[in-house]
Design a protein around this ligand. Structure first.
Ligand code: ADE
Ligand code: ZN
Length: 326
């Protein structure tokens, strides 16, 4: 259908993308082979990432990530990720990058990983025209002490490229407020804030994210729909949701796309954006996300351009970079 093809081709801004989670399986397999690392339980017989549920997904994610052992590996990963983004019409992306995986939380090592990632991103910008910025991310199930090390790495490298601090990982581990020290440190370093909330736990988790961590964006946040007073509060405060519909369906947060709350949230006035989270894990791409939403909710080009503008305005980059986008 012509309408859908035009929508797939629209320019896109992606705010919620995990750097390792965007690694093509063939790329991870290739690195494992080069290094003679055996990856057990990571791939199925078709060569796709294999897992049963969210905790299984996190395990496989960490298994795949275990082959990324040097700044050079992350440079190559960055190039591979940005090639995929560019194929999908993404002109600007923010990706979650964890010092826990890049040097084990050591600041000196982190600086080297970051330099390699930035160099690859700069080259991709020159050759493909795509702009990338980094959000330093702590991992919730690694606990508050590791998060503090990540926050220190974030604070020490905050600037025009590392523009935010965030948290991913198992939402059922601990409380948002256990990480308040780290988010305060990041905020004081001038970083913008986002955290995963309301993906696995209900609306109170989103309230905690806003109250205890004082974030301006929420990763997922879709379960806010279970409390309409909270939804109104999101509207009032201009909180941006980084919605990843394909991820939610693949992991079972939502039964299917038709049952996904993104349309209700948008209709009620919430600033929703669209991202892929970990595209190869969820067998999705930005083009597929756009097509699915266009088919399921009859969204037209205007809706998607509105979403791209909302995303650009919610991006953590400087205003001059943002104004060049759309
Ligand atoms: N890390 C990578 N993807 C994630 C997700 N969907 N939720 C929480 N942590 C993640
Ligand atoms: Zn995520």
């Amino acid at each position: 259908e012509e309408r859908l093809e035009a929508i797939r081709e629209l320019p896109k801004v992606e705010l919620h993308l995990h750097h390792e989670g965007a690694a093509p399986p063939a790329f991870i397999r290739g690195l494992a082979q080069e290094k003679n690392i055996r990856l057990d339980g990571v791939f199925d017989e078709r060569g796709h990432y294999a897992y049963d549920d969210f905790l299984g997904f996190l395990k496989v994610y960490e298994g795949a990530t275990s082959v990324l052992k040097s700044p050079q590996d992350y440079a190559r990963l960055t190039t591979a990720v940005l090639e995929e983004c560019t194929k999908n019409g993404v002109i600007y992306a923010e990706s979650f990058i964890s010092p826990d995986f890049c040097g084990g939380g050591d600041l000196g090592a982190w600086r080297e990983y970051l330099a390699a990632i930035r160099e690859a991103a700069d080259e991709a910008e020159r050759s493909m025209g795509i702009t990338l910025r980094g959000i330093v991310t702590c991992v919730r199930h690694f606990g508050p002490d590791k998060a503090k090390r990540a926050a220190l790495c974030a604070a020490e490298t905050a600037g025009d490229w590392i523009t935010g601090f965030g948290m991913g990982g198992d939402e059922n581990a601990g409380k948002q407020r256990d990480f308040a020290y780290s988010f305060d440190m990041a905020r004081e370093a001038g970083l913008r804030l986002t955290t995963h909330a309301g993906e696995w736990r209900g609306p109170s988790e989103v309230v905690d994210a806003l109250t205890d961590l004082k974030v301006e964006r929420i990763g997922h946040g879709v379960r806010a729909i279970e409390d309409l007073a909270l939804v109104d509060k999101l509207v009032e405060n201009g909180i941006v949701l980084e919605v990843c519909p394909g991820s939610n369906v693949a992991l079972g947060v939502c039964r299917n796309l038709a049952a996904h709350p993104i349309e209700k949230l948008r209709a009620r006035g919430v600033k929703v954006t669209v991202s892929t989270d970990d595209p190869p894990f969820f067998h999705t791409t930005m083009k597929d996300e756009y097509e699915g939403l266009a088919r399921t909710f009859r969204w037209d080009e205007e809706v998607f351009m509105d979403i791209a503008r909302t995303s650009a305005n919610a991006a953590f980059c400087d205003v001059a970079t943002r104004d060049r986008l759309l």
